[in-house]
Design a protein around this ligand. Structure first.
Ligand code: DNO
Length: 361
């Protein structure tokens, strides 16, 4: 296992020197954040990133992420050309000697929250999702804004994408993912790279967009699409753990996928369900699962059991803490993205390392 930490590159207020001082952290997870989505990466650019990380005494343990173009997810006519560029980027990563690439197959948006500053009882603030607030987010979307997201798409672009996805049923999304992996997995295998799909976060459909990588069972289905050791997953406990039905099964799912040789990257963070009367009543009707992110030791997911499962299965890939709360007077400017400050993620890293070391295999 390589305990790793995400770094967004030179514009990240959390520096490599600071990361180097977190006990036990040896790896950095990063990407070519200045290359626009859809443009092929070059090996030289990845080597230069790797050298900057190594000069700080760390290893580039994983690329997170190479964005999959919307045309591939939608299955548009130009998808051959788009997937070629994506595969060229994977080859560049392999040529630069980086072993894992994390990616996702979520339409239009990556992770979604309704609040970036929900106060927790201890005075810290965390990212949260409250379904009754989703309508406001949808209104903000009309002007091209989403909490936590740079304006990746303008309003016209969004309208066009929403209309296009309205035609894509979940089963067609699976076909598109299969089509993509049939091309990408062999390229990755030849390049010595392991692909690790990230689950949809939160793991349910949003804004009427199809979202299919929503459970540990869906992970198995992804692995079945193409039988290659390079076709694997990012086990993200915070994403899957937002669905209360999945929480108890997470350690067993981690063990199963790791033993299958398909768990290539671990994102370990925690979430707690916000249970109140409205939440329970809505659940009875089959929807609404409100949650807040928490400190790594505090939420609903038993991270100790997940770590034990990974260690027992011989997991030897990169493992990183994920989003942190805002603590100790950290401000928004102290992080390049919500959830990516230094302090709480560093506490998470040492907690995960302690769990790992304490578990006798
Ligand atoms: C959020 C992250 C995601 C993740 C992508 C992977 O903080 O977990 O943004 O990087 O979904 O493609």
């Amino acid at each position: 296992m390589t305990l790793s930490f995400r770094w967004y590159g030179d514009s990240d207020p959390v520096t490599l020197d600071a990361i180097r001082q977190i006990p036990g952290v040896r790896g950095v997870v990063s990407a070519l954040h200045d290359v626009p989505p859809g443009v092929a990466w070059t090996a030289d650019a990845v080597v230069s990133l790797r050298q900057r990380v190594e000069a700080a005494g760390l290893a580039l343990s994983c690329i997170e992420s190479i964005p999959v173009p919307e045309g591939v997810k939608l299955g548009t006519d130009d998808r051959e050309r788009l997937v070629e560029n994506w595969c060229a980027s994977v080859e560049a990563v392999g040529a630069a000697g980086v072993p894992v690439v994390c990616y996702n197959f979520m339409p239009v948006f990556d992770w979604t929250r309704t609040s970036l500053h929900r106060p927790l009882p201890d005075g810290s603030e965390a990212l949260a999702y409250v379904e009754s607030e989703l309508a406001e987010v949808e209104t903000a979307l009309a002007s091209g804004g989403l909490p936590g997201w740079m304006d990746a798409h303008g309003p016209d672009d969004l309208r066009r994408l929403f209309a296009a996805y309205a035609e894509v049923e979940p089963e067609r999304m699976w076909d598109h993912l299969g089509w993509f992996l049939e091309r990408a997995a062999p390229v990755a295998e030849a390049a010595g790279v392991k692909l690790a799909i990230h689950p949809d976060d939160p793991p349910w459909p949003l804004f009427g967009l199809p979202r299919v990588v929503t459970s540990a069972d869906a992970f198995d289905r992804v692995c079945d699409l193409v039988d290659s050791p390079s076709n694997g997953v990012t086990f993200c406990t915070g994403s899957l753990g937002a669905d209360p039905a999945q929480v108890p099964g997470l350690p067993a799912a981690a063990a199963r996928l790791a033993r299958r040789g398909r768990l290539h990257f671990a994102h370990l963070r925690n979430v707690a369900r916000l249970e109140d009367a409205a939440d329970r009543a809505a659940e009875a009707e089959g929807h609404r699962r409100d949650f807040t992110e928490t400190a790594h030791p505090d939420g609903d997911v038993d991270l100790g059991a997940v770590i034990a499962a990974l260690k027992d299965a011989g997991f030897d890939g990169p493992l990183r803490p994920d989003h942190g709360r805002q603590i100790w007077s950290e401000r928004d400017d102290d992080a390049v993205r919500p959830g990516y400050g230094l302090f709480d993620r560093a506490l998470g890293a040492t907690y995960l390392l302690g769990l790992w070391e304490a578990h006798a295999r």
